[in-house]
Structures are given as structure tokens and as C-alpha cells.
Design a protein around this ligand. Structure first.
Ligand code: ATP
Ligand code: MG
Length: 260
């Protein structure tokens, strides 16, 4: 089982869009995927087709507090076959005051390695305890960085946060494994500069960029990852190219969880 966490504290930096593409791409490869929405906004749940009519026994926050199990809470994604979902709700907002949530996923996810091959976790735009829990559990940390200076600055914060709060004890050696530059327009000097700076600061860890495309928003409105909403589109092709090394390399470099 490989656990992917998508993070960056900058709001709107395309975390959720990128997390949904990771989940959809893994499912296309025949992997059984568990998607966990840890953002109170619930956008990952919406991107995977869940809405007010989706019936759930429990939600992600209850799994975090130990009031429900992963198996109880998981529901099939209405829009992506092969993906199950822990729905994110407003209750997640209260968890940043609950220290016990920090190790919840790290401790529980290995127990369900027989049921799901991979896990994709979407995080809120904050570096609180909920995001800490997702980083503590992750095998692969992916930073989604929209090509703008603010997101670039927040990447530095994420790197220090992982160094100081995760890499020493919670998940020894944890790091940002991959950076996905998004909303890229090669005609903009700033976008080219951001990608160049990322490659300079994080050589070998920056994926090919994802273009700016209105299909990303349209796909959200129809409750689908963009590669499901518009397969074959330029942005879907960009995601396929960017994710190929991220999803392939881990099979060689990431420790395989012994329970699977
Ligand atoms: N490549 C793209 N081109 C254009 N728009 C995009 C692209 N990727 C994502 N978007 C849009 O940008 C907005 C923010 O994306 P998203 O919700 O994925 O960011 P986020 O980091 O999860 O935000 P938050 O911090 O609020 O959770 C959304 O409206 C999304 O549809
Ligand atoms: Mg989001």
C-alpha cells in the first residue's frame, strides 16, 4: 500500500484537483484506491462525485477521532469506479484542537492494506493537526504548486514544517517527494520563472507542468476529476505525463508495507 498526501498551505493551490487526478490515475491502473478528504470544505468529496444525497454511515472526521473505522466510513466514489471515499465535512474544522488525531491515519491505514492498494489524502490549506496527521501517514508527499509567488513561498513553509514536525519522530525522514507545478502558461514569464526556481531548489523532484485550463473548473462542477470529465484533453494529458514518474517510482523506492 502506498499512501499519497497532497499538501500546501496556500489556499487554491490546486491540491484537491491534483489529488483527484492521482486517485483517478491509480484507479485506471487497476488499483483499489481509498480517497480521504481531510478538508472541511469537502471539495475532494465533490470532485469524486459525492453530494448531499450520498449516503454515508460515518465521515472522515469520525475516523480521525476513532469513532468510526475506515471500513465503516468508506463509500464508493459515484464518479470514479475503483475509488472509495471518506467524505470530508465541516466537523473536520474542530480536529485541529484534538492532539490524538495526529497519529490516527498513520496507525489505522496499515490495517486496511488488504482492502485498498493505495490511499490518496487531500489536506486543508493550513498546517494544523489535520494536515500533520496526513503527513505523518504518507509514503509520498506531493506539493501542488500553482505557478504564483505565494504558492512558491508556502512550499518553503511546508518543507520546514515537515522537517520540524514530521521528519524527526512522527514519520522519520519524511520529506516533500514531488512538486507538481500547475496552472502553467508558458506565455507568462512569471510561470516560467516559478518552474525554473522549483527545479533549481528541488532538482529531480519537480514534475512536468500542468497547463492552465478551464476544464479543471468545469470538471469540478460536474463532480469529476478532469481526466474523467475530459479524457484526452490537454490538461488530462499533462496530468498523465506528470503523474507517470510519481506513481511508478514509488513501487521501486517506497518501502512496501508488509501487510499487503
Ligand atoms: N490547471 C488548472 N487550470 C485552471 N484552473 C484550475 C487548474 N487546476 C485547478 N484549477 C481550479 O483552481 C481552483 C483551486 O483548485 P483546488 O480546489 O484544486 O485548489 P486547493 O489547493 O485544493 O484549494 P483549497 O486550498 O481551497 O483546498 C479550482 O476552482 C480549480 O477548479
Ligand atoms: Mg482543496
Amino acid at each position: 500500500m502506498a499512501i499519497y498526501t497532497v499538501a500546501l498551505s496556500k489556499g487554491g493551490s490546486t491540491k484537491t484537483t491534483t489529488a483527484a487526478e492521482i486517485a483517478a490515475e491509480l484507479a485506471r491502473r487497476g488499483r483499489r484506491v481509498l480517497a480521504i478528504d481531510l478538508d472541511q470544505q469537502g471539495n475532494f468529496s465533490t470532485r469524486l462525485g459525492a453530494d448531499d444525497d450520498t449516503e454515508v454511515v460515518a465521515v472522515a472526521s469520525e475516523v480521525m477521532t476513532g469513532d468510526a473505522t475506515v471500513r465503516e466510513a468508506a463509500v464508493p466514489s459515484p464518479s470514479v469506479p475503483g475509488v472509495d471515499l471518506l467524505v470530508g465535512t465541516y466537523d473536520l474544522a474542530g480536529l485541529d484542537q484534538r492532539p490524538e488525531v495526529v497519529t490516527a491515519l498513520r496507525d489505522q491505514l496499515p490495517q486496511v492494506a488488504g482492502e485498498w492498494d493505495d490511499v490518496v489524502i487531500d489536506t486543508p490549506p493550513a498546517l494544523g493537526l489535520v494536515t500533520l496527521a496526513a503527513l505523518a501517514a504518507a509514503d509520498v508527499v506531493v506539493a501542488a504548486v500553482a505557478c504564483e509567488t505565494e504558492a512558491y513561498d508556502q512550499l518553503r513553509r511546508l518543507v520546514s514544517f515537515i522537517d520540524e514536525r514530521v521528519a524527526r519522530i512522527l514519520n522519520p525522514g519524511q520529506q516533500v517527494h514531488w512538486i507538481v507545478p500547475t496552472r502553467y502558461d508558458s506565455r507568462r514569464l512569471l510561470d516560467r520563472d516559478v518552474v525554473e526556481m522549483l527545479n533549481k531548489d528541488h532538482p529531480g523532484r519537480v514534475s512536468s507542468p500542468i497547463r492552465e485550463a478551464v476544464a479543471a473548473r468545469d470538471a469540478y462542477t460536474s463532480g469529476q476529476p478532469v481526466s474523467v470529465y475530459a479524457p484526452g484533453s490537454g490538461i488530462a494529458q499533462d496530468y498523465a505525463a506528470a503523474l507517470a514518474p510519481i506513481l511508478d517510482v514509488h513501487r521501486v523506492t517506497i518501502k512496501t508495507t508488509s501487510t499487503n
